[in-house]
Design a protein around this ligand. Structure first.
Ligand SMILES: [Zn+2]
Length: 415
């Protein structure tokens, strides 16, 4: 079906990554940086050129578009979603993408910083890429495959479906979002206007991988109130809130329940910020677990630890505030098993080995799922993301497009 198709994902990708769309966690505006719209405007123009008349950019920086149905059957409306911004961890300005054709397994030295070397021993996934065309940045920046790969692949899907109208599928919605990397990707999305029943984010790694599970996440703020006195006359009176904070941090388990000591399905309690003076000190924690009840257990554990620490500090007291951040999307997806099942089948029809994965973090999809749009995450081919060694292969990108083409047909067949 796609044998004779000239894929456009990689060529689009090489253009998109040269546009700086880095988001900014310090910004209080939305989108966090207006520059994200520079890419979004181009996407709207290109969608219109492909024949998607309703493509538009809203004031918040979201792109919405519709691919009309080609079937008379009643098929649930699907949405494919990707984010245009790149991570603040690594520069995203003046990205110079390089294509290393027909990779033979040799080290790839990035020319603008020769200390940046992509080696198979560090990235074993490269073993699956022999003979493929690898795209990297030039050494000073990230590449931006997270998530411009997803953007380019969805654009290519639109191009394919618009030029192959005999392929039967229901109505498809396209959504490109800003500010995913700063955790606000769904802050201003209009779910009603989008009008989709089920969604797929294209924001994953290895070809064939499918993620239907994220952490559940809470934030905890602990405010410690000490007892203040003139330091010259403080004997037996002063209780220093900063020192209590130090005791609490020191009392946290070191060989478990921390990001440094856990992997796989184990969650953690992680202090992310401390701020204070002798009188009052604030510690912000993030709590993570795949099981939502596990959050409460960790929060109770933390609270008990603080109470025990304060027992030897007469006069000191604390406040403990839990804020819900996001929830494991599996709680929603389990109620809609076809969404994941059809994606598995599409991956297999594309000739790939399925890899089910859990995300030790959140995605736009977890938020979308809880907003009423069940939304697992499909692979886009991204590797070594948020780093100067980020890479992706042209062939993995094409496989992502092929998987989506199968997916829309499976939904039509089975409706
Ligand atoms: Zn991403």
């Amino acid at each position: 079906m796609l044998e004779n198709y000239h894929f456009t994902a990689a060529e689009r990708f090489l253009r998109y990554v040269q546009i700086d769309t880095q988001s900014d966690p310090q910004s209080s505006s939305f989108p966090s940086r207006e520059n994200q719209k520079n890419l979004s405007k181009i996407l709207v123009d290109e969608l219109k050129q492909i024949g998607i008349d309703d493509a538009h950019l809203d004031r918040w920086g979201y792109v919405y578009a519709t691919i009309p149905a080609t079937t008379n059957k009643k098929v649930p409306v699907l949405c494919f979603c990707a984010h245009v911004d790149t991570a603040p961890d690594c520069s995203g300005a003046n990205v110079k993408p390089l294509v290393h054709k027909n990779y033979r397994g040799d080290d790839i030295v990035l020319p603008d910083d020769k200390t940046q070397v992509l080696r198979m021993q560090d990235y074993p996934y490269l073993e699956t890429q022999i003979g493929n065309d690898i795209i990297t940045a030039s050494g000073n920046t990230l590449l931006g495959s997270d998530d411009k790969a997803g953007v380019a692949e969805i654009m290519d899907l639109v191009n394919f479906l618009q030029t192959h109208k005999h392929i039967k599928h229901g109505e498809i919605k396209i959504l490109f979002t800003p500010d995913e990397e700063v955790g606000k990707g769904m802050a201003h999305v209009d779910i009603k206007k989008l009008g989709a029943d089920y969604g797929y984010t294209l924001d994953g790694g290895d070809a064939g991988s499918l993620e239907d599970e994220t952490f559940s996440a809470d934030g905890v703020q602990v405010i410690i109130h000490g007892v203040i006195a003139h330091p010259g006359y403080a004997k037996g009176k002063m209780v220093n809130a900063m020192k209590i904070a130090g005791h609490i941090l020191d009392a946290l388990p070191k060989d478990r329940l921390s990001p440094e000591s856990t992997e796989g399905r184990r969650g953690f309690i992680h202090p992310v910020r401390v701020e204070g003076i002798a009188e009052k000190c604030t510690i912000d924690f993030i709590i993570r677990d795949f099981e939502t009840p596990g959050l409460k257990k960790k929060e109770d554990f933390l609270k008990t630890l603080i109470e025990e620490t304060l027992r030897s500090q007469p006069g000191a007291r604390f406040e403990f505030t839990v804020t819900e951040q996001y929830r494991n999307m599996k709680e929603i997806l389990d109620g809609h098993p076809t969404v994941v099942d059809y994606a598995k089948e599409a991956i297999q029809r594309a000739g790939l080995r399925l890899k089910m994965e859990s995300i030790r973090g959140g995605t736009d999809g977890s938020r979308l799922s809880f907003m009423g749009l069940p939304c697992p995450n499909l692979f886009a081919g991204e590797q070594a993301i948020h780093s100067k060694l980020e890479f992706i292969s042209v062939q993995d990108m094409n496989k992502a497009v092929e998987t989506m083409v199968h997916l829309v047909q499976i939904w039509e067949e089975k409706s």
